[in-house]
Ligand binder design. Structure first.
Ligand SMILES: [Zn+2]
Length: 319
């Protein structure tokens, strides 16, 4: 018996692309879109309101076993790199509450007989799913996006994108943090309004990035930390030269960072490179605020939220 998602096909976010950007930058920017959550809920495209059909009418795709293996690889990779208590809790929670799911036209279906309220449907999207409906087509065509968690819908999406094992685990771990946050506080996504959804999304992102950053530095060790520290100080030097205050509105955005190849290994795909570099620059800016912003912890948190929001707005993830 299959369990249908009731609402998510209506929640469609279109990420505007700036055609003039060179391709790598597009990948980096869109890379941030992989890290999306509650913001999707209220940004649906009113032109697309597909009829909701009962998912139990649909049989799983012929390659369901292959899809299940791909999802397992992502989540096992997360288990392998989760070293902090918080990360372990999040990954374990997802492992215990997940159920295989698959896209159908205008919706999705879970491959379990008795999904609970907190069951997470794990969908692996293949190129052939584009024809199902505009919702899935748009999800698949967002270049550089390898994974997502959609708050409120309890749905994790993976793509069969190539990615080296450690990075794969760290990206998936980030989504697991969203999933556990969503499960612990379901009222947050449920009560989100158009006015509050951006703040909620950004706060969720800050939490997920903090956990991801801690685990990333543990996985790649002192070399990663050294490169991060060097970039933080270089950036701080630029602030000082320009007479700018750390925590103000002007920040340096994501930069391609090939030096990470020596620390993390050569990425297996453009998606991995884009995500890896965009996360690294988020971590640099978070550390810059921690170390060089002369203010209270509350003010530092506000500055980090504002940084993430700014990045997400520029990338079109938050409108
Ligand atoms: Zn995220």
């Amino acid at each position: 018996m299959f369990y249908g998602y009731e609402k998510f096909p209506q929640r469609i976010q279109e990420t505007p692309m700036r055609q003039s950007m060179f391709i790598f930058f597009v990948i980096v920017i869109v890379g941030l879109a992989a890290i999306c959550g509650i913001g999707l809920r209220n940004n649906h495209n009113s032109a697309l309101k597909p009829e909701i059909k009962k998912a139990k009418m649909y049989a799983p795709p012929a390659n369901m076993k292959e899809r299940e293996q791909i999802a397992k690889d992502w989540l096992d990779a997360a288990q392998d790199v989760a070293t902090t208590l918080e990360a372990k809790e999040a990954v374990n929670w997802v492992q215990e509450h997940q159920a295989p799911a698959y896209p159908v036209d205008n919706g999705g279906a879970m491959l379990v007989d008795d999904p609970k309220k907190d069951t997470i449907g794990v969908v692996v999207l293949m190129d052939e799913d584009k024809i199902l409906c505009d919702y899935w087509r748009q999800m698949i065509e967002q270049k550089g996006v390898g994974l997502r968690y959609i708050s409120g819908d309890r749905m994790m999406q993976f793509r069969p994108t190539k990615c080296t094992a450690k990075m794969k685990g760290l990206f998936a771990l980030h989504e697991c943090v969203h999933a556990l946050d969503d499960a612990m506080h379901p009222e947050v996504a449920k009560n989100a309004t158009k006015e509050t959804s951006a703040d909620i999304q950004v706060a969720g992102e800050l939490h997920a990035y903090m956990v991801q950053k801690e685990n990333t530095t543990k996985v790649f060790g002192v070399q990663y930390q050294k490169l991060l520290d060097r970039k933080v100080e270089e950036l701080y030097g630029m602030y000082q030269r320009d007479g700018k205050k750390v925590g103000g509105s002007a920040y340096m955005s994501v930069q391609p960072t090939p030096a990470l190849d020596d620390v993390c290994g050569k990425p297996a795909s453009d998606m991995e490179r884009g995500l890896r570099d965009s996360h690294f620059w988020l971590f640099i800016n978070m550390s810059l605020i921690d170390r060089h912003m002369d203010d209270t912890e509350d003010e530092k948190r506000t500055a980090k939220l504002s940084y993430i929001e700014n990045e997400y707005r520029q990338a079109g993830i938050i409108e």
